[in-house]
Structure formats: C-alpha cells, structure tokens
Design a protein around this ligand. Structure first.
Ligand code: ATP
Ligand code: MG
Length: 433
C-alpha cells in the first residue's frame, strides 16, 4: 500500500481558503511600518548556532530546549532561526549599516523554528513579523512602535491589551538580581528545576516561570520597577507620559494600556522598556501573547559590533490568524467561457483595467469549453461571481454576455474590456448590498 505522508509535528499548511486573511495581516503590518519609514530586510533562515547562543542567551528556554540545531556536511553547527532579531543584528553589523544615518529602521517577515510542545497557537514552525530600530536610544522608538502596533491591530479589528514594564539599565538589573537572589535563596529547594538553574544564570528570568507554585513564591517579592536607577525611571516615566498613561482614561489615544510590574521577557537581551500585546479573545487560551518586544541596548555590541542601542518587537502570524475575523474585502471571481482566439487579448487587457479601477479580480479562462453545462456546474460549485460568455453567438453580435451568478441575471455589454469592467463593478456593488 502507498504510504501516507503527514506534515511534521508542530507544522501546518496554510490552505488557499486562509491565505487571504494571512495576506491581510502582512499588508496591515507592512502599511503601518512603511508609514513609519521602516524598510524591509530579508535575512537567512539558518545561521551559525553561536549567534543565537550569544544573543538570545544561554539562560533562555529557547537556547536550552527549543532550538533546531544540526551539523552540516562540513561539521559546522547550524541552527534554524528561533526568532529574527539576532539575524537582523548580525546583518546590520556585517553589512556596515551602522555607518548609515541613524536610526536604521528595519522590518522582516518569515518563518522561525522552536522545538516546543504543539498546542493552539504554539507550533514548531511559525511566522513572525519583526521590526527593529537600531542606533537610537530615544524613547521615541518605544512610543512610535506602540502607536504603529495599535494601527495594525485596530486595522485588523482585534481586541487587545498592551502591557508595559521596565527592567531597568545594567545597574538597576544588577541591584534587582542581588535582591532577588537573596529573596529566593531560602525557597531554592521548592523551586522547579528550571528556576534552580535560572537562580544561578539569570535570576530575573524566574519571574517569567510558568509553574504556579513558583509564581506564588515570587508573588511576595519586590519588582524590578522598585530598583530602577533615576535614569531608567526617568525613561520609563517619559514613555508612559507620551503614551498617555497619565491622562484621564477617556482622553487617551490608546485606551487599553497598563503597566504590568511582573512582565519580563523570554529572551536574555532586553533592558529598560519591555512590552507584550495580548489578545483578549478566548480562542488563544494560554497563548494569548500576539506581540512582544523591548529595548536591547547591548545586543549589537555583544555580537561584536559597535555600541548601538536597539529596540524591537515581533508578532506571531498564526496566533493572529486564529483571532482575525473573516476578510471583508473579497476578490471578484470571474470565469471566461470562450472558443474565440481573441479572448486572450481581452483577458490580458483586463489586468491593467481592473488595477486602474481598483477592482480585485481572480480570472479563470476556459478556452474551447467542451461541455458548457458541465462548466456551469463547475462554476457554481466554485462559487464564482460572474461568468462571461464569448462564444460564436456573442462574437457575431459583437458583445460579451455576463451572467451574475448571485442574481442569476444575464446582461450583454459592448465587446470591449473597459465596458466589461464597468459592468462587473456595478453588478458587484449591487450584490454586495
Ligand atoms: P510565549 O510566551 O507565548 O512562548 P515568547 O515570549 O516565547 O511567547 P517571542 O519570542 O516574544 O515569544 O515571540 C514573539 C511572538 O511570536 C509571540 O508573541 C507569539 O505571537 C509568536 N510566537 C512565539 N513562539 C511561538 C510558537 N511556538 N508558535 C506560534 N507563535 C509563536
Ligand atoms: Mg516561548
């Protein structure tokens, strides 16, 4: 018997019925990012393993448990990227982008890979849209990104909440680390194995532990916000003020934004401002975070580049797909049935005309249909909006016959592409109402 193949665990196919919603997410992000002058960068899907060990960090779950790492044929250790920022920072240094006028604003889109337990909204291959501002430590980076993200999510009609926090600069985090190690020392035996490791490597990461018993222990501890240096505190207050957190709730540009003092992020490279955007939809269960990011002023330098402050974030497309509603702007599907050679002149002209008249058309030309009634059945099954007949009869009369499959009406129009597009447009607007 022929073997049946299945996609690898944690991967999925985006089927044609869903690809329109997928594109809508990318377009919404691209439009907002381009408005704010982000430029696209495309970097490799795999990199040398050291890059991620160094940037994402040895104490992160990603590096410890989730990377797809293998030796290539010349015994170099290769890793499928678990996120996009590390590769972008590498490209920024390697291509000397840091010598160009700053800030450098980059965005990218593509798959990332993490060996996780697959569940709703959590996969082993998933797609991210990632945006980075390199070479600026102005709090404008944070503020502008939050505004751009609200444009994207509002455009997609999502319900969401923005949670922000500050981890502080090096000195703040050093002070907190010292305090928090002291606080947790007495509980060390009660903590999960991961937290025992984090205690040594990166105590701050314990706050991000998902184990409830551990969280109960940490609940009594002071938060990183209480250890901010004056400088870091000033930054965070500045951001909050620009984001309108001190205004009356009704007067705020962004209404659904709160400070969450427990928020730390899963990657090692963040300092000062961090944030997450959570969908308030029930569908995503534990995977409600649709976007996360923060400031990473030491990342570029730690990868061997010049000191360049940075700020960035990433959002997960599959999670958004689960909460984004049906797409309202539909393409019009048109089927041409013809046995006339000149049909291809018209179908070709149609392309430019539909663009000119802002009509999104999916065209299918059935040339020399062997059985017209069979073609009609097929068109009905496919849910085609219009069939355009151009057979011997129409050729003789110098017309196209257009059948609107919603109203079942048949209308003739003059045989030129422009009249055809006008008729399609007015017929389509009729059925939309
Ligand atoms: P989580 O806490 O849910 O594991 P994370 O902090 O590991 O998320 P990031 O590294 O910040 O996630 O990645 C940014 C975004 O990418 C997430 O907010 C999420 O939308 C998406 N994402 C991360 N991991 C996955 C995954 N395994 N499957 C699908 N989407 C993911
Ligand atoms: Mg994760």
């Amino acid at each position: 018997m022929q073997m049946k193949y299945q996609s690898p665990r944690g991967t999925q196919d985006v089927l044609p019925k869903d690809s329109k919603a997928w594109q809508r997410i990318i377009t919404a992000a691209k439009e907002a990012l381009e408005f704010y002058s982000f430029k696209e960068i495309i970097v490799p899907i795999f990199e040398y393993t050291e890059l991620f060990q160094r940037s994402v960090g040895e104490s992160s779950d990603i590096v410890n448990k989730e990377m797809y790492t293998f030796m290539d044929r010349s015994e170099r250790s290769i890793t499928l990227r678990p996120e996009l920022t590390a590769g972008i920072a590498r490209a920024y240094i390697e291509n000397g982008l840091h010598r160009e006028p700053k800030p450098i604003k980059l965005w990218s889109y593509g798959p990332a890979f993490r060996y996780e337990r697959p569940q709703v909204g959590r996969y082993r291959q998933f797609f991210q849209i990632s945006a980075e501002v390199l070479g600026s430590n102005s709090i404008a980076c944070e503020v502008e990104s939050v505004f751009a993200l609200t444009k994207i999510f509002n455009n997609l009609n999502l319900d969401y909440r923005i949670e922000i926090n500050s981890l502080g600069d090096d000195a703040s985090r050093r002070a907190y680390k010292e305090y928090f190690q002291k606080y947790t020392k007495g509980f060390l035996n009660d903590l999960c194995d991961d937290c025992k490791k984090r205690y040594e490597q990166n105590p701050l990461r314990m706050l991000d532990c998902k184990v409830v018993a551990d969280q109960e222990i940490f609940a009594g501890a002071k938060k990183p916000l209480e250890f901010l240096t004056d400088e870091s505190n000033k930054r965070f207050e500045g951001i909050k003020s620009l984001l309108g957190l001190y205004k009356e709730k009704d007067c705020r540009e962004i209404k659904n934004i709160v400070t969450n003092p427990n928020l730390v992020r899963g990657l090692d490279y963040y300092n000062d401002f961090v944030f997450e955007i959570k969908s308030t939809s029930e569908i995503l269960k534990g995977q409600s975070t649709i976007c996360g990011g923060g400031r990473y002023d030491n990342l570029v330098e730690s990868l061997g580049g010049p000191q360049s402050p940075g700020f960035g974030w990433a959002m997960g497309i599959e999670r958004l797909m689960l909460v984004v509603g049906e797409c309202s702007k539909k393409n019009i599907s048109v089927m041409f049935l013809s046995n006339q050679e000149d049909i291809f002149n018209y179908s070709n002209q149609l392309y430019d005309l539909t663009k000119e008249k802002d009509l999104n058309v999916n065209l299918e030309v059935i040339y020399n249909p062997s059985n017209i009634s069979k073609q009609l059945d097929a068109a009905l099954k496919k849910n085609v909006d219009f069939i355009i007949f151009y057979l011997d009869n129409e050729k003789e009369k110098n017309v196209f016959k257009i059948k609107n499959l919603q109203t079942r009406e048949e209308i003739e129009c003059m045989k030129d592409s422009s009249s055809m597009v006008d008729l399609l447009k007015s017929e389509y607007n009729k059925t939309k109402k």
